[in-house]
Design a protein around this ligand. Structure first.
Ligand code: XMP
Length: 514
């Protein structure tokens, strides 16, 4: 491959994806590979640099993930992070031990060698994120110590001659104050990368590749209106135009006006030259959901219903050559590329339809992170309200209406959710929140309005901060915003007399209610 690339060798760390993301923020392409990747494969890729990730093990245990001694002889720069740092020390003849005091969290770090290329322009006393119980007790020959903390004599070490660098802390997390700078020094100054990984060149190359691959074939895409499928569809449409058909299944569980927004962009009046089919399947879904209250059952009904409708439409179109999937890189990593301790179970709607006759799957976004997908969307001129859309579960409002789903309840939650989102945006809070929405609890309670007793629903507002959606904190929303939203919801949305804010994190709750 001609493209400059950094390999992130995954030893089971929590932050493996984050490292690749941070490297890409330096405009250098990075990919995560399992630590078991063969030396031949690494040689074939011929990366500009290799980063060893952290991991939960101790290097001196027999069964711990390790690497070949030969990797150190390739002449390729290596940066070891946390476990990766210890592994480098251990493999090259140093010593790793259980630390007398383990460090976890924000830690003061003193830079001992400000001349070290990693620490150029880094403050002598800086703050880094530590998370370790072992430490490097003795450095290997050829190395020198470049940073320490109160409890960790080797917070960083380097051997500039062989271009080996190691840091005990995690430069990839934002808690490490100058982490991005340190990573950039490795990628640019040590590995010599020029930083030419840009989304406009991604669009150009991908469109060319897609054209070459698809030729005059027929392409089918299930469009959800979410960011990933929208961007995939536009890329495909740019590559093969009318050979692409997008099927948009409107199950009636979308947010307010969402169906029309999707149609405005992808339909016949929109800017793209593609075939667009909007299937109005609301009645079908509401009928199937009648009387069903169990969350998993609801999910199943919606997921399967979606696939059935899609299959029916696909059959009308006839044999297609290519099926588009909006798979993105975190999906690829999470479904078992690496060896990370926790892997989130996937709740995407459906999986692949079984009866559609197609030859190949195209996944044009397979190597992109979400923020890169958004950038590609902007490159392609997709409107900001689509590009910037927050994650929305496949089963839609079906899992934000607790208990039985009816059209009336969906209408209530749509209206309340639209108000919540509008006010969050107006207050300028949207950019800082990972996800926010309203759910309709199944709770009805007594209230009083205009001297009359009411017995109506309670709406729950949710807003969370998270970077990986595996854990999350409830966001602290200013009281005046909550109070304004509450007033608006009880006044404007019929059937609601109470508004609650969900203060629970994940765990113990989940982000969605069901
Ligand atoms: P939970 O509720 O598991 O949600 O904390 C984590 C993230 O996943 C989204 N989510 C889904 N996304 N299909 C999806 O595509 C689903 O079935 C689904 N369920 C939850 C949720 O919105 C949050 O961003």
């Amino acid at each position: 491959m001609d493209r400059e690339m950094i390999i992130v060798l995954d030893f089971g760390g929590q932050y493996n994806q984050l490292i690749a993301r941070r490297v890409r923020e330096c405009h250098v392409y990075a990919e995560v590979f399992p630590y078991t990747t063969s030396l031949e494969k690494i040689k074939e890729i011929n990366p500009r640099g290799i980063i060893f990730t952290g991991g939960p093990n101790s290097v001196y245990r027999e069964d711990s993930p390790s690497c070949s001694d030969e990797i150190f002889k390739l002449g390729i720069p290596i940066l070891g992070i946390c476990y990766g740092a210890q592994l480098m020390a251990y493999k090259l003849g140093g010593e790793v031990k259980t630390a007398p005091v383990s460090e976890y969290g924000h830690t003061d770090v003193t830079i001992d060698d400000p001349q070290d290329v990693l620490f150029t322009d880094v403050e002598k006393n800086t703050v880094a994120w530590m998370s370790h119980t072992d430490y490097i007790a003795r450095i290997p020959e050829g190395f020198r110590i470049t940073a320490h903390t109160a409890n960790c004599p080797v917070a960083a070490m380097s051997d500039p001659e062989r271009r080996f660098y190691a840091v005990q802390f995690h430069p990839e997390v934002t808690h490490t104050r100058e982490g991005q700078k340190i990573l950039r020094h490795f990628v640019v100054d040590v590995c010599g990368c020029s930083g030419d990984w840009q989304m406009d060149s991604f669009v150009k190359t991908t469109v060319e590749e897609l054209r070459a691959r698809i030729g005059s074939g027929k392409v089918l895409c299930a469009l959800s209106g979410g960011v990933d499928s929208s961007v995939a569809a536009v890329l495909l449409s740019r590559a093969v135009g009318k050979q692409l058909t997008c099927v948009f299944v409107d199950h009636g569980l979308l947010r307010k006006d969402e169906g029309d927004q999707v149609e405005a962009v992808f339909g016949p009046d929109g800017p793209y030259d593609l075939n667009f089919i909007r299937v109005d399947a609301q009645d079908r879904f509401f009928n199937a959901l009648k009387g069903v209250t169990e969350p998993e059952k609801k999910r199943k009904i919606i997921g399967e219903g979606f696939i059935r409708v899609f299959e029916e439409e696909a059959r009308k179109i006839g044999a297609v050559d290519f099926l588009v999937q909006g798979t993105i890189y975190p999906d690829v990593i999470e479904s078992g590329l690496g060896k990370s301790a926790t892997i989130k179970s996937h709740h995407n709607v459906g999986g692949l339809p079984s009866v559609i006759d197609f030859k190949e799957i195209v996944e044009p976004l397979r190597y992109l992170f979400k923020d890169e997908v958004r950038q590609v969307g902007r490159e392609l001129g997709i409107p900001e309200y689509l590009v910037d859309r927050q994650p929305f579960p496949g089963p839609g409002l079906g899992i934000r209406v607790i208990g039985e789903v009816t059209p009336e309840k969906v209408k209530i939650v749509q209206e309340a959710d639209a108000i919540w989102r509008e006010e969050i945006r107006k207050a300028g809070l949207n950019k800082g929140l990972a996800q926010y929405y309203a759910a309709l609890t199944n709770l009805r309670s007594v209230g009083v309005m205009g001297d009359f007793r009411t017995y109506d629903y309670a709406i729950a507002l949710r807003a969370v901060n998270t970077s990986d959606f595996m854990t999350a904190d409830a966001a602290q929303i200013p009281w005046d915003v909550l109070s304004r939203v509450t007033d608006r919801i009880v006044n404007e949305v019929k059937g609601v007399n109470r508004v609650l804010y969900d203060c629970t994190g994940k765990p113990p709750a989940t982000i969605e209610f069901e």
